[in-house]
Design a protein around this ligand. Structure first.
Ligand code: GLU
Length: 410
């Protein structure tokens, strides 16, 4: 099944509960604008490089469009469209005054120099600067991009439109970024996981965790899980995996991955494991924090975790989701679980608009408040309607976007 059809299944379950007409469904599903541009440049070796860049602006009924910019060799238009729609529901679930968008460039960042990445980013801005902007569409980091890419983006955009720090979020602290933005997605993941465990009569301290992905989201999630007393027994990334039933030494693993060009691989404090072994680990919490589509009908029956925390965007295929529901494995859905990143992006944008800085304590306090309140709303909806947390989150998200659309007028 294609990613677009898969996303449609989740959407339809909630739309059925809301009694949305088929015309309304079409309106909410079709992106407002899809931009596809050529990015041509001279590579370091003097040859011409040509790449394709995308920006899909899904829905702006609730405010300016918001969503990350992904640099990954698997980026394609359909994938970006699905990710853009997830941003619409995500910003609505945590009630930020934004719509949803996503961008991407099909490149393998590991094969490009910093100079080439900078040129690609600046050329991309040259092509799309008219359709983005602080009150139009605000990109942010995603897989393969970081604060440096955001700094180039802001700088290039400002050449056309004047000083505009609020055109992107996730910028470096030295260039109008926010305290706590880098850690935000990982922190939010752990905050909602803690709330979920408490509502389920359990606690984070002592819970065992298997974590797939050790990039920005995975590494900060690991740190906060560790600080909260959870025991991380397995971690994998694109290079390999490590496990230790007694619990991995997370500060040592973070240091190893930072100093080692091959991620967690070769860490001396555990045995090596494969990715499929990690997904089947006997743990309380399985946390996919990397690519989409990793949990499928083919491996869903192997999963032995009690809870799946979707730190990645759309890691679970609907067939797998159905199996987890039948097996009473609780899935905390992406549009809630990983919403901490865009939430602190919102704080960064607010600070940029007001030219006023928040300290880390304020960022964390506001983030935790929004995540816990949003979790409570989703939990209550799921209990009242007897639906999964995913369907409950979609009911809240779609309901908010639908009402804004009707109130604004078509
Ligand atoms: N890329 C992140 C996401 O998927 C953050 C988006 C943002 O901060 O705008 O939620």
């Amino acid at each position: 099944m294609h990613a677009i059809e898969a996303a449609r299944l989740y959407f339809d379950k909630a739309a059925d509960h809301l009694g949305l007409s088929s015309n309304m469904r079409t309106l909410l599903l079709v992106p407002e604008r899809e931009v596809k541009v050529q990015i041509a440049l001279e590579m370091d070796n003097g040859e011409i490089g040509t790449f394709i860049g995308f920006r899909v602006q899904h829905n702006s009924a609730r405010g300016p469009l918001k969503g990350g910019l992904r640099y990954h060799h698997e980026v394609d238009g359909d994938e970006v469209t699905v990710l853009a729609s997830l941003m619409t529901w995500k910003t609505a679930v945590v009630n930020l005054p934004y719509g949803g968008a996503k961008g991407g460039i099909a490149i393998d960042v590991r094969k490009l120099s910093a100079t080439e990445l900078e040129k690609i980013t600046r050329k991309f801005v040259d092509e799309i600067h008219d359709v983005v902007g602080p009150d139009k569409d605000i990109p942010a980091p995603d897989m393969g991009t970081n604060s440096q890419v955001m700094a180039w983006f802001m700088n290039q955009y400002s050449k056309y439109h004047g000083f505009s720090p609020a055109v992107v979020t996730g910028k470096p602290l030295e260039l109008h970024g926010s305290e706590g933005r880098e850690e935000a997605t990982g922190r939010g993941v752990v905050t909602v996981t803690k709330a979920l465990l408490e509502r389920s009569g359990r606690q984070l301290a002592g819970a065992t965790v298997a974590l797939q992905g050790f990039g920005n989201v995975g590494s900060f999630a690991a740190r906060f899980f560790h600080d909260g007393g959870a025991k991380i027994v397995a971690v994998s990334d694109q290079f390999g995996g490590v496990s230790n039933p007694a619990g991995l030494d997370i500060p040592a693993l973070l240091a190893h991955a930072r100093d080692n060009k091959a991620g967690v691989k070769g860490f001396s404090g555990g045995q090596s494991i494969t990715n499929s072994e990690l997904l089947a680990a006997e743990v309380d919490l399985l946390v996919p924090a990397a690519l989409g589509g990793v949990l499928t009908a083919a491996n869903a029956r192997d999963v032995r975790a009690k809870f799946i925390i979707e730190a990645a965007n759309h890691p679970t295929h609907p067939d797998a989701d159905e199996i987890f529901n039948q097996r009473e494995i609780v899935v905390l859905p992406d549009i809630l679980a990983n919403a901490g990143g865009v939430t602190v992006s919102y704080f960064e944008w607010v600070q940029n608009q007001q030219h006023f800085r928040w300290d880390l304590a304020k960022v964390r306090q506001e983030l935790d408040r929004i995540m816990v309140e949003s979790f409570d709303k989703v939990w209550t909806m799921a209990t009242e309607k007897h639906v999964s947390l995913r369907t409950a989150a979609y009911i809240i998200g779609l309901g908010r976007v639908g009402r804004a659309t009707v109130l604004g007028g078509i």
